[in-house]
Each structure stands twice: as C-alpha cells, then as structure tokens.
Design a protein around this ligand. Structure first.
Ligand code: PMT
Length: 399
C-alpha cells in the first residue's frame, strides 16, 4: 500500500555501523510511495557507499556543503525546504552532540538548522556511549526543541555489548514514518498523566519514597503530545525536563498528587496513572527534626493509608475520563494486574514485571503487557519512548 505516497523524506546518514541498514530502509520507504533524498556525512561513507545509496534511492546523494556543482542544482537551502520530514538514521553520538550544540559544520547539520520540517532522530551507538550523561543531555536538548526521538532499541550490539543503542530496524522506522504522516489519532483529545514517585514526609528533613524516576510517565506524555493530544503531566519529585508542548504540574506527596489529579481528571478525556504513589504516609509529620535517642535502638513510625488516586478517578460519576492504570508487580503479574483492573474499575492496565533487571523502575527500557476487559497486548522490551508510543496508540484505538 502506498502509505507514504508523495511524502518527501530527507534521510540523513551519519557514520555508524547501522548505516548499512539504510539501503533496506530506503527501498522500503520508496516501495510505500515516498521520495527519498539521501544526505551522508563524511564518516557515513566509510560504512556504505554513496553509489549504493544513489542506486536504491534513484537520486544523486548529497554529501558536501562546499560543492559548487551540487549547490548549483539543489543547494542546501532548497534541500532543507524540499523535505516533509528529515529522518536522521543512524544518528551517532557525534551527530547528536553537534546538533545539540547548534553546529552547522557539514551539509547534514546545516540542513537540520535550515529546515522547518519536522526532524526525527534515530540514535545508534554503543550502549555506554548512549548512557553517557553527555549523550543523554544532548538527546534531552533535541527533545526539548521538538525533535522526535525514535528508538533506540536494546539488545546485542555490533561491538558485542548488550544494552540500549541499537538503531530501530528498517521496518520499525518505516512504521514510525507511516504513523508520523497519518492523521494524529489523539487530535482534539486531552490526556492527563501522573508520573514519578511521591514523597511522604516524616519530619522537615526526612521522607519515605521509592525508586520511580518518572521516565515512563514522561515518555507517555511525550508520545501523547506527538499523537496530537493536549497533555497535562502531574509530576512527583523527579529531575527530568518537561517534554516539548506539555503542561506540567509539580507535586510532592500522595495527598498533593491526589488533589491535582482530582482537579484535572474531569477536564481531560484520558487519565493515566503511571506514578508510583505511596500506599501509606506517616500519620503525623514532626514539626522539628526527630532527634536520635539513647534509650532505644528502635523507632516506630505509624503509617496511615493514602487515598487511591486512580480508583478515585475511575469512580467519578460525571465526566469520568478513560482511565488507565499501571501495575508494578514482582510475581504473578497477569493475575495481580487483572485483579487491579477489576478492583479499581479501570478501562485498561499496563503491567510491568519490576523484578526483572533492566526494566521497570529507574531504567531506560521497559516491557509491558496491556490488559483490558476482554483482551491483552504484549509489548516486548524496548526503550520507554517506544513502549509509550505503543501504549498511546492502543489507547487511541479504544477511545
Ligand atoms: O518512573 P520509572 O522509573 O520510569 O518507572 C516506571 C514505573 C515502574 C514506576 C511504572 O511503569 C509503573 O509501574 N507505575 C505504577 C507503579 C505503582 O505504584 O504500581 P501499583 O501496582 O502499586 O499501583 C497500581 C496503580 O494504582 C498505579 O496506576 C498507581 O499509579 C495507582 N495508585 C496506587 C496507589 C495509590 N495510593 N494511588 C494510585 O493511584
């Protein structure tokens, strides 16, 4: 099917081993009706030849900013204006760093600066390079500027390492392009999402909390925004930047998250409870710092139950949003998730097994099974961004 008919895709290839997959990617895009213009960095040509890319794309490859002949035909500004989408795949750590710094020191980075087309970045690099704080901060900068980050996937790498940093497979990138160009399924809808942990104060300097980083909830907010929704994010105490185009409300304790959620829920079409809310809080908060005593080695904190936020939302009689919960389980995942789905009267629940290393709390990846009354969908281990896009697409289907 010509799902990309007439779409002009500028495929920017930088110098990573995954560049060899670009021939396949280009063929699949063209098969679906897209016009593909290849731009290569100098290093990319070490991994796949311009001749190969010219043959599969049917167009001369652009690779130089300072080539008078190339500038006389389709110069860099015309190329930048030509594209409906700029897709950077593979995007190496170096390319991402140069874009984050706003550099224009070759044709590809200059095009990214000069285009007003949407830019999608498909990171591909060694897992340690991907996890390096510098790369993470650079990716966060690109996201904040509204670029789409597609991937990476996790798994075995060309260098023998295992972890996040694999470029999405060509067909996954084609699907991302198709999704990008299809009507935004959440256009006109609004979504409110809770994310991160809560902090339950014991005294002015101490609190009880958990290991939630907010990454899953923030990824959901970004995915919903990219699918056209108006998004409000109720965030517990986390140190993550707000996704582009998302309204953020910062809260601290379960009680403050409950208050914000109840205020927002009826104003939105969808409510997603991704936050790891403390089930209990200290009965009283000491006014002064609790002092250590010499007469006992034990200290007792009496806890009282917090309100169940998502159950309160799902119980709304008027203007009840489509309500999606999460279940963080360490055993019997399916059983406990289905029990929570029914008990909390949810429309859908996303279950993650948080006993498995590398997924769940404070990880970059996740694996989820989504349950609803008469069905389920399993989403295998991938970056939280990809999992979030898949969850949001499933929710959009059910609205
Ligand atoms: O933040 P990350 O580091 O990215 O990690 C993601 C995550 C593991 C936190 C996330 O994927 C997840 O599983 N979130 C739900 C965590 C949780 O509290 O699960 P639960 O099974 O205890 O709670 C079930 C549901 O009830 C959840 O939707 C929760 O938000 C909600 N709840 C729980 C207690 C409460 N008092 N109010 C609630 O609304």
């Amino acid at each position: 099917m010509q799902t990309l008919a007439g779409k002009k895709i500028l495929l920017g290839i930088s110098g990573g081993i995954a560049a060899y997959k670009c021939a396949e990617l280009t063929r699949r895009l063209i098969e679906r009706g897209a016009e593909v213009q290849i731009v290569m960095t100098k290093a990319a040509k070490e991994f796949i030849t311009p001749l190969t890319m010219q043959a599969v794309s049917g167009r001369p490859v652009s690779d130089s900013l300072l080539d008078p002949a190339a500038e006389a035909s389709m110069g860099h500004i015309e190329l930048a204006k030509w594209a409906d989408l700029v897709l950077l795949a593979p995007a190496t750590a170096d390319l991402i760093a140069r874009m984050s710094a706003g550099m224009g020191n070759d044709l590809l980075t200059t095009l990214v600066l000069a285009t007003d087309a949407p830019v999608a970045v498909s990171p591909a690099m060694n897992q340690q390079m991907y996890l390096n704080l510098a790369t993470q901060e650079n990716i966060a900068t690109l996201k904040r500027r509204g670029m789409h980050i597609w991937g990476p996937a996790a798994g075995e790498q060309a260098c023998g390492d295992v972890g996040p940093g694999r470029m999405l497979e060509p067909m996954q990138l084609v699907e991302q392009c198709e999704q990008f160009f299809t009507a935004k399924p959440l256009e006109g809808k609004s979504v409110v999402i809770t994310a991160g942990p809560t902090r339950e104060a014991i005294d002015p300097v101490r609190y009880i909390s958990n290991h939630s980083s907010g990454k899953m909830g923030f990824a959901l907010a970004q995915a919903a925004q990219q699918l056209g929704a108006q998004v409000t994010l109720i965030a517990g105490p986390v140190s993550l930047p707000t996704p582009f185009g998302v309204k953020r409300i910062d809260v601290d304790s379960a009680l403050s998250m409950h208050a914000a959620a109840m205020e927002q829920a009826t104003e939105h079409n969808v409510f997603i409870g991704c936050a790891a809310v403390a089930d209990y809080r200290p009965d009283t908060i000491a006014e002064q710092k609790i002092k250590k005593t010499d007469d006992s080695d034990k200290m007792t904190v009496t806890m009282v139950k917090n309100p169940d936020i998502i159950a309160s939302v799902a119980a709304l009689e008027q203007s009840r949003p489509f309500t999606v919960g999460f279940a963080a389980e360490t055993q019997d995942v399916a059983h406990y998730a289905r029990t929570k789905l029914a008990k909390k009267n949810l429309d859908m629940i996303c279950a993650n097994d948080v006993s498995v290393e590398g997924q769940g709390f404070n990880s970059n990846d996740n694996a989820i099974t989504v349950y609803w009354k008469d069905g389920e969908q399993s989403l295998t281990l991938a970056s939280k961004q990809l999992i979030a896009s898949q969850i949001m697409a499933t929710i959009a289907d059910k609205l």
